[in-house]
Design a protein around this ligand. Structure first.
Ligand SMILES: NC(=O)c1ccc[n+]([C@@H]2O[C@H](COP(=O)([O-])OP(=O)(O)OC[C@H]3O[C@@H](n4cnc5c(N)ncnc54)[C@H](OP(=O)(O)O)[C@@H]3O)[C@@H](O)[C@H]2O)c1
Length: 237
């Protein structure tokens, strides 16, 4: 495995942690990031106990300064960025009529503004990697709610739809630099985010490892192959 490095946001649990684990298994050195330090350190310990080179950096994706520090910390530690996974996200369930402005802003800040700013900070490093080997990857976590807006999570749906558009626009800007941009649009995934869903057992949901396998697939496609979007559905959904 040649020298490769990745940065995964929202890597302290669920999908981000599964992707960080798969990248570690495949020989990537990984900066893992999340908002809460203690939970992140615990996740990072699990990854390093598994034998992976991981670097935990606490960052709140709603804070521009944190995002700049995160990108700089990654560059300082690993010196290159082959894979960026913009995965951190939150969903606050509420009908529009009852959603306070603060909770609207928080979802926009983390799910959309944070993805934009992280991308902006990372693009120079991704371009460097893409020009070197033609297969840098920028993965943005959208949702099936970004493809079909869901009542009760309107703000979340809107941010996730925006992430699809942002991903398409980003691809146009880095297409000639060996950087592939992909949006993941999953239905219900068995993570802490779906703990509220009492009617659907976790074992009947999409598994975080399913998404991690899809990252592997993206990294193994040829340099002239782009995969703009992957939807993950449950049977019958
Ligand atoms: N689970 C699903 O059914 C599903 C479906 C479609 C899309 N998604 C998307 O998948 C992504 C990962 O979610 P998950 O299901 O794996 O949920 P999760 O287990 O709750 O993980 C969310 C991760 O995001 C981090 N995070 C949340 N707010 C943050 C902030 N302000 N700054 C930095 N990190 C923050 C969390 O860290 P802290 O705990 O420290 O905040 C955690 O590491 C999200 O973007 C979500 O919208 C999930």
């Amino acid at each position: 495995m040649p020298d490769r490095a990745a940065l995964v946001t929202g890597a302290s649990s669920g999908i981000g942690l599964a992707i960080a684990h798969a990248l570690g298994e495949d020989g990537y050195r990984v900066t893992v990031s999340a908002r809460r330090t203690e939970k992140l350190e615990e996740a990072a310990k699990g990854l390093s106990d598994a034998g992976f080179d991981v670097h935990p950096v606490t960052a709140n994706m709603a804070e521009e300064d944190d995002i700049k520090v995160l990108a700089a910390a990654h560059r300082e530690r690993y010196g290159r960025l082959d894979v960026l996974v913009n995965n951190a996200g939150i969903s606050i369930g509420s009908e529009i009529a009852g959603l306070g402005t603060k909770r609207l802003d928080l979802q926009i800040d983390v799910n959309l503004r944070g993805v934009f700013l992280m991308t902006r900070e990372a693009i120079p490093m991704l371009r460097e990697a893409g020009r070197e080997h033609g297969k840098a990857l920028l993965l943005n976590m959208s949702s099936i709610a970004g493809k079909h807006g869901q009542p009760g999570v309107a703000a979340y749906s809107a941010t996730k739809a925006a992430v699809v558009g942002l991903s398409q626009a980003t691809q146009g800007e880095v297409d000639n630099d060996g950087v592939q941009v992909t949006a993941f649009c999953p239905g219900f995934v068995a993570t802490p985010m779906t703990d509220w869903h009492e009617g659907l057992p976790k074992e009947e949901m999409i598994q975080p490892e399913d998404l991690a396998e899809a990252v592997r697939f993206l990294l193994r496609t040829s340099t002239h192959c782009r995969v703009p979007e992957v939807q993950f559905m449950r049977p019958g959904a």
